[in-house]
Design a protein around this ligand. Structure first.
Ligand code: R5P
Length: 289
């Protein structure tokens, strides 16, 4: 059975549709003292696929509870799909005394599962923190699906060098276009982002800025501003994980973005494409469903 975390209900349903597996209906409750209680009253299977984005501290607790609940209800095989893994960007101790948060989270998750599936983690190396086998799904190609077919001389732009692979994947799925990237500098104390444009001409072209995640929106909005100032015909912001924290959406609109598209690894208004199909393929090849 597919078992959704509360913030991944649409994706879990889409995955159940893709795989043909039954969809459990967990309950998500809270005690008066604030503690949460996620349960699987209708779970009835030997194999469980828990699907839960860990986009908040509460979601982490809920995921641990769902893993435990399915075992308690009789599951002998548990796969944990983490469409968006929170804390993955703290994958090393950046300053004296800081934790490697990704490792701490990975260890906790490993205790309740036989395997883990991650979708476009910020760094692939995060897989090494888990004590169980990890499969990584690159779902970026689905971001090409909602793009208009008639983009003008399209440029697929990564806002930093680390996102070039994703930009190339989206370009390849779209079928045509150039790929380029900006240089990015982020002040770790203030979080402020500065981008240095490349020499690629953008005037009168449609530009698709592609990143793995839009969190505060600083990286994407700085990139969009530069592109609109330089006369791009249209700018579409595309990301796998639309975290969109705080005022990210407003920052993007103020910067002049024409459209924001994301996947359902984090379910937001802009989640216009699903990663269910690449996830189903990955689960099928694992033979866990
Ligand atoms: C950084 O390397 C990532 O690929 C993203 O560019 C970054 O995490 C986005 O963060 P924000 O939206 O806060 O600028």
């Amino acid at each position: 059975m597919i078992v959704p975390g509360s913030s991944s209900q649409l994706l879990a349903a889409a995955l159940a549709e893709e795989t043909g597996d039954p969809l459990a209906t967990p309950t998500y409750d809270r005690f008066p003292d604030g503690e949460s209680l996620a349960a699987v009253p209708d779970f009835d299977a030997e194999s469980a696929t828990v699907v839960a984005a860990t986009d908040s501290d509460a979601a982490w607790v809920e995921l641990l509870q769902l893993q435990d609940a399915v075992r308690e209800a009789g599951a002998t095989d548990v796969t944990t799909v983490i469409p968006y893994m929170g804390y993955a960007r703290q994958d090393r101790s950046f300053a004296d005394g800081e934790p490697v948060s990704a490792r701490a989270m990975a260890r906790a998750i490993s205790t309740g599962t036989d395997r883990v599936v991650l979708v476009n983690p910020h760094e692939r190396d995060v897989a090494a923190f888990f004590d169980v086998p990890v499969d990584i799904v690159d779902a970026a190609a689905v971001l090409a699906e909602p793009l208009p077919a008639d983009l003008a001389d399209p440029l697929f732009l990564a806002p930093d060098e680390g996102a070039v692979d994703i930009a190339e994947t989206v370009r390849d799925a779209y079928g045509t276009g150039e790929v380029d990237y900006f240089e990015k500098h982020r002040d770790r104390d203030t979080g402020a982002v500065e981008v240095s444009p490349s020499d690629a001409p953008v005037a009168d072209r449609d530009v698709v800025v592609v990143d793995d995640i839009v969190a505060t929106g600083s990286t994407m909005s700085e990139s969009v501003s530069v592109l609109t100032d330089r006369g791009a015909a249209g700018v579409i912001a595309a990301c796998v994980h639309p975290m969109l924290a705080a005022n990210a959406v407003t920052k993007l609109r103020s910067a002049g973005v024409d459209r924001l598209v994301g996947t359902d690894t984090i379910e937001r208004g802009c989640s216009v494409v699903s990663v269910a199909s690449p996830l189903a393929d990955a689960l099928g090849s694992l033979g866990s469903n």
